[in-house]
Design a protein around this ligand. Structure first.
Ligand code: HEC
Ligand code: HEC
Length: 343
């Protein structure tokens, strides 16, 4: 039927490739290319399937950590300013037993990442796909190995002159403090690949008749808490504005957007400066009173600084840039600060 076996193979392959998406969903989309699949398929599994080859030392990791991670997580992963701590609470004994004893100690104040995590693959995968927060997926595999090695060295899982690589990661896993802390008594999907039972513990069975009313799943804010953190609709975070609910209490008039003839207090509220600053006390950022003392009369400097953001003057947490702040409002705020931040 076919002139050559090679030609038959080519035809079979073309059919197989075309069949997938086109047959199942005619007229919709196309089959993903191998390159597209590869870009998505980055998960690293507990058996290290999916882990790219590479290596990084604790020392290389320390340098990278200082440059790319310490600003948010602290020099030693202690993260004591805003974020929850990554390192701490594990002991040499835990490294021997594979169970973090302090997880059972109600008087111990916190639960750090290294107390909880049971697989290095989880740590590696998470850093690789999600960190640094402001530039996810920007680290090369060797860099992920290095920062992971540095984190592990802080918990004495690796020595200070140690290295993490695709070759030794399975051995390093054997020293992870909470490696035996996970229960295997249920599965997330059918099969026994990860020691689980054959049936997953969640059965997605659809109700087909006499079904109950659909539950309404929603979060709500009690009235007394509505303006506890300013108006959520105007939140500005390091990664940009977050469009939340308008939480101005119902009995107070909502702040309307209007030109900068408004009192500065309203501009600060409206531009979410109060999320991080207060007039008299330090919050995430410095007290406006202190800023006013430091830069008395320097309205231009202040305007430039508010627009561009930056860190290192008052601490390690950055002030986010304010590209959307209208010029007139920026000038009014800067002038008010330069004149002493008076109410
Ligand atoms: C701009 C701030 C920021 C920077 C910089 C940053 N992180 Fe994070 N990191 C976060 C936040 C916020 C979370 C929690 C995110 C969440 O839960 O969705 C987090 C979570 C993590 C976690 C998981 C903690 C847990 O228990 O779930 C790890 C591990 C981590 N970061 C490592 C790193 C590493 C390594 C770097 C540097 C390459 C880095 N981070 C840089 C903000 C940051
Ligand atoms: C996400 C938190 C956050 C928000 C929102 C924020 N700031 Fe800041 N701001 C900071 C931090 C942190 C610093 C300290 C930065 C440093 O140490 O250099 C800071 C510093 C400043 C400074 C002093 C700059 C310097 O060079 O000393 C001024 C002025 C300032 N902020 C004004 C504002 C104004 C006005 C707004 C609203 C438009 C605002 N900030 C919103 C966190 C924030």
């Amino acid at each position: 039927m076919f002139k050559s076996p090679k030609r038959a193979l080519v035809i079979a392959l073309v059919c197989a490739l075309g069949a997938n998406a086109a047959d199942k969903f005619p007229g919709i989309g196309r089959t993903a290319t191998p390159a597209e699949l590869k870009a998505w398929d980055i998960d690293v599994r507990p058996d290290f399937k999916g882990l790219p080859k590479g290596r990084g030392t604790v020392a290389q990791g320390e340098t990278l950590w200082e440059a790319k991670c310490a600003g948010c997580h602290g020099s030693f992963g202690e993260s004591n300013e805003v974020f929850s701590p990554l390192v701490g609470g594990t002991t040499q004994d835990d490294i021997k037993t594979g169970h973090v004893a302090r997880l059972l100690d109600p008087s111990f104040p916190g639960r750090t990442t290294l107390m909880k995590v049971s697989h290095i693959s989880t740590l590696w995968d998470y850093i690789n796909r999600a960190m640094p927060w402001t530039a996810p997926k920007s680290l090369k595999p060797d860099e992920v190995y290095a920062v992971t090695a540095y984190l592990l060295s802080l918990a004495d899982v690796l020595p200070a002159d140690g290295e993490l690589s695709d070759e030794n990661i399975a051995d390093v896993q054997k020293r992870l403090p909470n490696r035996n802390g996970k229960t295997w008594a249920h599965s997330m999907w059918p099969g026994t690949e990860f020691k689980g039972t054959v049936k997953p513990d969640v059965q997605g069975s659809n109700c087909m008749k006499d079904c109950g009313a659909s539950p309404r799943v929603a979060s709500l804010l009690p009235d007394y808490a509505r303006d506890a953190s300013g108006n959520l609709a105007q939140q500005q975070r390091l990664i940009g504005p977050q469009r939340g609910l308008d939480t101005v209490p119902k009995n107070k008039p909502a702040v309307a957007t209007a030109p900068a003839t408004k009192p500065v207090a309203e501009l600060l509220q409206q531009n979410a400066c109060y999320a991080c600053h207060q007039i008299d006390t330090k919050l995430v950022g410095p007290a406006f009173k202190d800023v006013a003392v430091k830069y008395a009369g320097q309205a231009d400097y202040l305007a430039g600084k508010i627009r561009k953001g930056g860190n290192g003057v008052w601490g390690s947490i950055p002030m986010p840039e304010q590209p959307a702040l209208p010029d007139a409002e920026l000038k009014a705020i800067a002038a008010w600060l330069a004149a002493g931040a008076k109410p």
